[in-house]
Write a protein that binds this ligand. Structure first.
Ligand SMILES: C[S@@+](CC[C@H](N)C(=O)[O-])C[C@H]1O[C@@H](n2cnc3c(N)ncnc32)[C@H](O)[C@@H]1O
Length: 261
């Protein structure tokens, strides 16, 4: 099972257009597996699906009985006849991967106007909430409040594109969120692209989950202070990223998993 998931992350998942890269995929794997081991229940929600790369990872990780809600405008890829093809391509990707999309758990629309009950009515409280929708301050502010209000006590919020100079307002919104919550939430893990946040009561538990995950041993674990908590920053050296990209683009995708052992 474990080997299969890694094979999926480094293989089939990379054929889906999108943005989650192997280091964060390994963090998702580590956190969801840890929650399952601890019987931390709840649904999963994702704002910002695009063509489904992170959605299909989550779907693969939670298996057939997990509840995964996808929220997106689905208005991209407009065809000459004026209709967007994004949603159909997302569905097609699910068929291609053998992970069919559950169309009963889709919200097509603007996440910033959703009410928490629209989410909890569909999946219950969330144990994992991925935020990767609109990237301006107002989007991430609304999405983080929505996530907070739907989150189980042990729930995790994964913010994408933090500290990315292309999207400075995401970082501001995450900092605002942490400061507004006045210590109730803490960042426990940071990667090149994402920041992972939980309720502060669970900070030590999740820091340990990251520290002890066999799938994250390849990274340098650096203690990093961020707005009142010490998170584990997973440093991924440039040399490894270059080797991985080279293998990925020269037909050696099947072997690229070894780079991250
Ligand atoms: C960066 S992409 C998501 C990438 C995806 N998570 C992946 O792994 O490939 C951002 C997505 O957010 C969606 N989006 C942007 N603003 C939104 C909003 N206000 N409400 C819902 N979805 C939104 C876009 O349609 C787009 O599909």
């Amino acid at each position: 099972m474990q080997a299969n998931i890694r094979k999926f992350i480094f293989g089939d998942l990379q054929t889906i257009e999108g943005y989650i890269d192997p280091p964060d995929a390994l963090v998702f794997l580590s956190l969801l597996r840890f929650q399952t081991k601890k019987s931390f229940g709840g649904g999963i929600a994702e704002i910002g699906v695009y063509y489904g790369r992170s959605y299909f990872l989550l779907k693969k990780l939670i298996g057939e009985n997990g509840r995964l809600l996808a929220i997106d405008l689905f208005d991209m890829d407009v065809q000459p006849n004026g209709t967007p093809a994004q949603y159909q391509r997302f569905l097609d990707n699910g068929k291609k991967l053998g992970l069919p999309v559950d169309e009963n758990l889709i919200i097509k629309g603007d996440s910033t106007v959703l009410q928490p009950s629209e989410i909890t009515d569909m999946i219950g409280e969330a144990r994992f909430f991925s935020i990767d929708g609109g990237h301006m301050l107002r989007h991430v502010k609304a999405d983080s409040e929505l996530a907070m209000e739907t989150l189980a006590d042990h729930g995790i919020i994964a913010f994408d594109d933090t500290f990315n100079p292309a999207w400075p307002e995401v970082t501001v919104a995450v900092a605002d969120f942490l400061r507004d919550q006045q210590g109730k939430f803490s960042a426990f893990c940071m990667t090149k692209y994402k920041t992972y946040v939980c309720r502060s009561d669970f900070l030590d538990i999740y820091c340990r989950a990251i520290a002890e995950s066999p799938d994250l041993k390849a990274f340098e674990h650096v203690r990093t202070d961020f707005l009142g908590s010490t998170a584990v920053r997973l440093n991924n050296p440039l040399a490894r990223r270059m080797v991985y990209e080279l293998m990925n683009h020269t037909g050696m995708r099947a072997l690229s998993e070894r780079v991250y052992r």
